[in-house]
Design a binder for this molecule. Sequence first.
Ligand SMILES: [Zn+2]
Length: 369
Amino acid sequence: METTERKETLTVLRRLISYGEKIFCLSTTLVAPLGDRRLDPRRSTPAVVKAALVMFWTRLPSLNALAQISAPRFWKQWLHEPLASADTLGRVHAALYADQLRKSIFLVYQQLKRNKALPDHHGMGLAVLDGHESHASYRRHCDGCLQRTIHSEHGDRVQHYHRQVTLMLLPAAPPGRPALRLLLDQEPQRPGENEVQTALRLLERVLTRYPRAFDLVLADALYAVAPFFNFLLDHGKHALVVLKQERRDLYLDAMALFAQQTPLLGGYRDRQCEWWDVSDLCSWPQVQTPVRVIRSRETYSVRRQLDGQPELLNSDWIWVTTAPAAQLRTERAVRFGHQRWDIENYAFNELANEWHSDHVFRHDPNAIE
Ligand SMILES: [Zn+2]
């Protein structure tokens, strides 16, 4: 790193740290309680976690790159001990108690909530969850890896990979400020289980710690299954999930009812929309309550690449939800339905493109978690 660039980085870093100390009591409240499974540690857990924080905040691609920040005075002030080697940093993360980190995330949430940085959407709290594959490898594997066989012209090969289900809170925007998006928790998918099972384990834990953080959970079409809907209903929450033709009875019944309904005209962003909305559908008896299906046919204009002329395109969205119309009007349901993409754009894509999480920093199930 060039000297001026390094100086600027350190200046921004110091400001970020002092903000974290002031608002969140970063060192004393969030990091100091953290521990790990080592019996005879030479480097303290907080110092290791604080080094990793610097790695992420300065957007470095690896633990090794961290050692190249040559700033002895900074490290001494920040860690109160020498910077651990890349190998030690990796080993300690493999031994960290993940649930203590989760507790610290909860404290961040609590403080943001107190500071009114996480308002709900007119009485409704929103969250989205989705599964995501963090990395895949033919060579390295660990006992947390999932496996699949990849068929190719050169024969079959076993590929190892990790998948997690992640939950993101989607608060409304505070007055005059952009909305924050907060990753609350994630749960590794275990060998032999499907993504919804992983998601239910995640939700069970999240709802114990955050019983009132959200009322409605957004998810993709994979989650249009009765166990997911019933689990949320049992916990006093609602689901809003993409509906595809695979859920045949409900889909066909909803389409038949839409055909008899005059659509409501509305707008989403710069799109003109036709909305259909039918409640009390009993064609999905496995779900404890009748469900509601909403369709949004959206027309928007794009410039054709070929000749630059405007062209009108359509997209058609269908969602199934348990949220009643009195609590969630059509217009807001459509807006929320589209927000399901926030976890792709602001979590998975951003983590990979901006925070180097397209690879693992240490291949170990606990370090990944
Ligand atoms: Zn692995």
